[in-house]
Design a protein around this ligand. Structure first.
Ligand code: CA
Ligand code: CA
Ligand code: CA
Length: 184
């Protein structure tokens, strides 16, 4: 675990920047991660995991910078554009039918929140979801014939094992570097 965290940090700071004239923001992500908005995203499906284990896996990736530790989490999605980005990225990698997102209603039935306890301003529930069918407290993006693979959301049992998508928020203003020196 220690090694993977260190590797992640090294990869972050070793990315080459575009252009070479002046110090600038680096907006690239480590190999295997994809930058969008102000975060890096990566899908995992080996092994597939329960919601809890998937979140723990995402937590292993973090960036230490200027006294702050930016920890990875299961991806939260706050806009239609972000949902489309995640869906498209997922489709380029593998056609899993379900992928864990960073929301659950384990604390208060019917109130879906992220690990910080915050509700998303954006939701994209599939028709008749969330339905807590038989006790469903964790959220997936799913592709099915009925939703025409549109990446809508469903609540499902947290102990099911699925692929998952991690997100490390990466404020650009924390990451101004001299691109010629490649030093933070
Ligand atoms: Ca419940
Ligand atoms: Ca529920
Ligand atoms: Ca459901």
């Amino acid at each position: 675990m220690q090694i993977s965290v260190l590797l992640f940090v090294v990869l972050f700071v070793s990315q080459a920047c575009e252009g070479s004239e002046q110090p600038q923001s680096c907006v690239t992500c480590p190999e295997g991660w994809t930058f969008w908005g102000s975060a890096c995203y990566r899908f995992f499906n080996n092994p597939i995991s329960t919601w809890i284990d998937a979140e723990a896996s995402c937590n292993r990736y973090s960036l230490h910078q200027q006294g702050r530790r930016l920890v990875g989490h299961l991806a939260t999605i706050t806009s239609s554009e972000e949902n489309t980005f995640v869906l498209d990225l997922w489709k380029t990698i593998r056609r899993d039918t379900h992928v864990w997102l960073g929301y659950n209603d384990r604390e208060t039935e019917g109130t879906f929140v992220d690990v910080e306890g915050v509700s998303s301003q954006f939701t994209f529930w599939d028709q008749a979801e969330p339905n807590d069918s038989g006790g469903e407290d964790c959220v997936v993006m799913w592709n099915s014939d009925t939703n025409h693979d549109n990446g809508s959301w469903n609540d499902v049992p947290c102990e099911y094992e699925y692929a998952f998508v991690c997100k490390v928020v990466k404020p650009i203003n924390l990451y101004i570097v001299d691109c010629n020196s490649h030093m933070v």
